[in-house]
Write a protein that binds this ligand. Sequence first.
Ligand SMILES: NC(=O)c1ccc[n+]([C@@H]2O[C@H](COP(=O)([O-])OP(=O)(O)OC[C@H]3O[C@@H](n4cnc5c(N)ncnc54)[C@H](OP(=O)(O)O)[C@@H]3O)[C@@H](O)[C@H]2O)c1
Length: 217
Amino acid sequence: MIVSILGGTGEQGPGMALRWAKAGLDVIIGSRQQEKASRVAAELNQELGQDLIKGMANPEAAAVAEVIALTVPFSAHRSTIESVKEYLSGKIFIDVCVPLDENNPRKMHLPPAGSATEEAQEILGESVKVVAAFQNVSAHALRHHEHPIDCDVLVCGNDKEARQTVLQLVEQMGLHAVDAGLAYNARIVESLTALLIGLNIRYKVKSSGIRITGLPT
Ligand SMILES: NC(=O)c1ccc[n+]([C@@H]2O[C@H](COP(=O)([O-])OP(=O)(O)OC[C@H]3O[C@@H](n4cnc5c(N)ncnc54)[C@H](OP(=O)(O)O)[C@@H]3O)[C@@H](O)[C@H]2O)c1
């Protein structure tokens, strides 16, 4: 499977890329600049000791992949989605973005659609299967790809089959995935991130996370 991470050159994308590449997926880092994508991909490959990750401009990365993840600041959410929309029909789109308040990341500024995930679905239409995941996993934890991550990943979206695929993609990273149901639950999932940022600050840690208990193993 080919998985692209648009905006994968920042904080959150590289850890996801490293973990998926180690799991045997074909991973592409997307960027607004082809050179930047190639540079970051080369750095990650050097870290892995193998040439597993490629770098491409975002539209090209979206065109060649079956699954496309988006890791850009929420301020670039709509414009980035619109810039690749034509390449996404029939595909799975994993929204990782969190609409944090730009002046205070301990608060949310949810868009009119209800959440980033629902906004993406609204922009992309029903032909694209939008699934929310990874909002509650810190970039710091993901980046240390040699270490297991002590948290769950909530996965929600309206297409059950696409949700199943993303649950598997999360597990392939070595993380525990939880089926969190329909896309409207993304409002809750995304909002947990603001809470976790507050906890990181209060407890002086980098990677607080969530764990759901009481589910069958
Ligand atoms: N960091 C975390 O711990 C974390 C955890 C959970 C969820 N998230 C969410 O994941 C998303 C990405 O977070 P991040 O920390 O990785 O962000 P980031 O490092 O600030 O940015 C990621 C990438 O987005 C692209 N970008 C920046 N401004 C842009 C613009 N105006 N238009 C288009 N692309 C732009 C840049 O890529 P190019 O310059 O290469 O195009 C940048 O490298 C956010 O929505 C965040 O809320 C982050």
